[in-house]
Design a protein around this ligand. Structure first.
Ligand code: IVH
Length: 713
């Protein structure tokens, strides 16, 4: 981790960060739980959750209803029916050290008031990295299979489970009438690698982006939770039994006894399952399993111990969501040393530059690792890594490995210099004030960002061009017809070639061309928004154009801001923070639009500073003629008049009141004079109200103003 960032100072800052964290964590939850396709490592995810917890601890009043500390995990996949478990599916407490295991046994003894010399036998077995599943047998027939879900309610995966060869459809005669077998559905490491290779080959054959699984557990979850059981059937899923849920009768009175019966019934049981008379024996099993971990065909992340006697399990019961009779003894994160061969910079679909470490191949926990993410420039600086360094790599629970330590001394060697240009398109790459990420500013032309940018450009809130969906954009980009927004208006030149494409008919081609032609005179604000300049959202684009009227004026503004940045050099003795504040103030003043701040100004300057963007802008302006942006004024009794607001307004902000007046064709002034036609006076109006009365100017309160607005319709 980089140095722990300071906590927010104000409620506003804390609320804003908690909101952003809730959204980000929810996003990653959905990638992990619903799509089975995580985008960040477990470590990075944990860091987000820890940050959320730390801020909530400091600002307890700001805990949000959608906070990750309140909600756990993600909603189950929408296509699977939810069914309540007859008995909850529990989780296990974790232990990391031998002493934790001794303490666990000590707690069991105390809880049961056992004599010090009374043996406590434990079972020990591998903790498989899969997803737990409950298989319900009624009258010895498999009637339902549920995933764990949130422990109380699972997802119905019966049809999918029926495709898994390891799972018996029936229990033998003599088995209880009702019995739920619980265990782990998993995918072997080799099968996972083969599946990912197949997904990659299929993606390449259809020129779609490859959707691969991050690890065998996600592959198993993704395969089991398919809508179409035929897809599950084509995925080599396996099952290992480790327990039970509701049962009309138990066939033995120990954990090991019931597990042996499960084996007799035909369920696979872990080869390394063992019954241990003492804690030391259990720890010896742990060591033995740890030693062969890399050679096992499936991923495991620890050893599970359970109190063997079922009468004791019953007395021990559960606390929270975990049984007092069970413990997961986790393996430490696996580490290995290797050489950092190069640091490559990857450009994401949104322009973020991510450094990737290329490593001399090394095996960590049975997996050959050749790459690791370095996250950002700060992480590179923190580790002080440069190509050629020896580093320590760690792989913990997940497959995305982390570099945790640099073994090469830093002395007399130049640090790695993060590029200031995008490796994909050569545009400038900038780091925003207060942000860790460095971004490419050549969004309009950058191949890495092309698809996202074009999608945004044609989206509903921007140019709103029908018939140019993501797939079509991808296809046209692949054909070399689309690189930047202006190309959209040249698509008509490809009409003949388009007709030859599969799935296109004369009607659909002409509809698309007509939809594009209908946007030759686009709304200037939508066009500006469509360019995807950072911080220029739909509302900001409108605010800017209300003030500047034309896109040519926006471009002049951009150039003026570049000049202003160049000219505002630090004064003698002025520190960076003060200089920045002074510059930001000057920028906001130069923009001159109340709601538009310095961040937008910097983004406009960055955008127009990049020659590629200016070229793409000019090219686009050659294709379209957006009319001047004039806010149509509604006819009202204040049209053409001068209005002054005073006192405190209660139902709206001053900015909103001003915008309302302008939209009604009124001028807004700050002071009362003979030219004033109307004074809107809220509570606490002082000298202005007095002066208006003296001059005989009409005065209304806030409600009176609202009536004028409402009358205009
Ligand atoms: S026993 C109350 N045994 O680990 C006991 N669980 O951290 C619950 N798991 O949800 C489970 N291998 O998905 C048990 N040999 C094993 C296991 C195992 C993997 C998973 C299971 C459970 C999670 C708890």
């Amino acid at each position: 981790m980089a140095d722990t960032p300071a906590l927010p100072r104000t409620d506003e800052e804390a609320a804003a960060e908690l909101k952003a964290l809730a959204a980000e964590i929810a996003y990653h939850n959905a990638r992990y739980h619903t799509d089975d396709a995580p985008e960040i490592s477990d470590g990075d995810y944990d860091a987000l959750v820890r940050r959320n917890t730390a801020i909530e601890a400091a600002f307890p009043a700001l805990v949000r209803p959608d906070s990750p500390s309140v909600r756990v995990g993600a909603a189950p996949a929408a296509h699977l029916a939810k069914v309540a478990h007859a008995r909850p599916m529990l989780s296990l407490d974790n232990a990391f050290a031998d002493e934790d295991v001794a303490e666990f046994v000590g707690r069991v003894r105390r809880f049961l008031s056992l004599r010090a010399d009374e043996p406590v036998a434990l079972t020990a077995e591998p903790k498989i990295d899969g997803l737990s599943c409950s298989l319900r047998y009624e009258n010895r027939r498999l009637v339902r299979a549920l995933t764990r879900g949130d422990g109380a309610v699972g997802e119905d995966v019966t049809a999918n489970v029926l495709t898994i060869a390891d799972i018996p459809r029936e229990l033998p005669a003599g088995a209880p009438d009702l019995f739920e077998v619980r265990g782990e559905v998993y995918m072997e490491k080799a099968a996972f690698a083969a599946l990912n290779a197949r997904l990659l080959a299929e993606a390449e054959a259809t020129s779609r982006p490859a959707r691969q699984f991050a690890n065998p557990r996600n592959a198993a979850a993704g395969s089991l939770r398919q809508k179409d059981a035929a897809v599950t059937a084509a995925r080599p899923l396996r099952f290992l039994g480790h327990g039970w849920g509701e049962a009309s009768d138990l066939p033995a009175d120990t954990q090991a006894g019931v597990v042996a019966v499960l084996r007799d019934w035909g369920f696979p049981i872990a080869d390394d399952f063992a019954r241990c008379d003492t804690t030391d024996d259990a720890l010896a099993v742990y060591r033995a399993i740890e030693a062969k971990r890399a050679d096992l065909p499936f991923d495991i992340d620890g050893v599970v111990y359970k109190v063997d006697r079922l009468d004791w399990q019953g007395r021990l019961g559960t606390v929270g969501r975990a049984p007092r009779w069970g413990l997961a003894h986790k393996f430490p994160a696996e580490r290995a040393q290797t050489t950092l061969q190069a640091i490559d910079i990857q450009v994401g679909r949104t322009g973020k530059l991510t450094p990737v470490a290329r490593l001399e191949p090394v095996t960590v926990g049975g997996v050959v690792v050749t790459n690791a993410t370095l996250h950002n420039a700060d992480e590179i600086a923190r580790l002080g890594v440069r190509p050629g360094d020896r580093i320590v790599l760690q792989r913990a629970g997940d497959v995305i490995p982390q570099i945790v330590e640099n073994l090469t001394a830093a002395e007399h060697r130049a640090p790695f210099v993060f590029p200031d240009h995008c490796p994909e398109c050569g545009s400038e790459a900038v780091r925003e004030e207060g942000e860790v990420d460095i971004r490419c500013t050549g969004g309009l032309i950058c191949p890495a960002q092309r698809i996202e940018r074009l999608k945004h450009f044609v989206s509903r809130a921007a140019l709103d061009i029908d018939g140019l969906g993501e797939k079509t954009i991808e296809q046209f980009v692949a054909l070399g017809w689309l690189k930047e927004p202006a190309d959209i208006f040249r698509l008509k030149d490809h009409r003949e070639a388009m007709l030859a494409l599969e799935g296109w008919k004369a009607k659909s081609v002409d509809n698309l061309i007509d939809a594009i032609e209908a946007r030759r005179e686009p709304d200037a604000a939508r066009l500006l928004f469509g360019l995807g300049i950072r911080h220029v959202g739909a509302v900001t684009a409108r605010d800017l154009l209300k003030h500047y009227t034309t896109l040519a004026a926006i471009r002049e503004l951009g150039e003026a801001l570049i000049a202003l940045r160049d000219a505002t050099t630090p004064a003698l003795g002025e520190d960076a923070g003060k200089h920045r504040n002074r510059l930001d103030k000057a920028i906001a003043e130069r923009i001159g639009v109340a709601q538009v701040g310095a961040a937008v100004g910097h983004a406009l300057a960055d955008f127009f500073h990049e020659p590629h963007n200016v070229e793409a802008w000019d090219d686009l302006m050659g294709q379209v003629t957006p009319p001047d942006y004039v806010v149509a004024a509604r006819a009202s009794e204040v049209s053409g008049k001068t209005v002054v607001f005073t006192g405190s307004l209660e139902t709206m902000s001053r900015d909103e009141a001003k915008a309302q007046a302008e939209s009604l064709g009124a001028r807004v002034s700050g002071s009362v004079s003979t030219k004033t036609d109307l004074l809107v006076a809220g509570p606490g109006a002082g000298s202005k109200a007095k002066k208006a009365a003296e001059l005989g100017i009409k005065v209304v309160d806030e409600a009176g103003w609202q009536a004028i607005v409402a009358a205009a319709g």
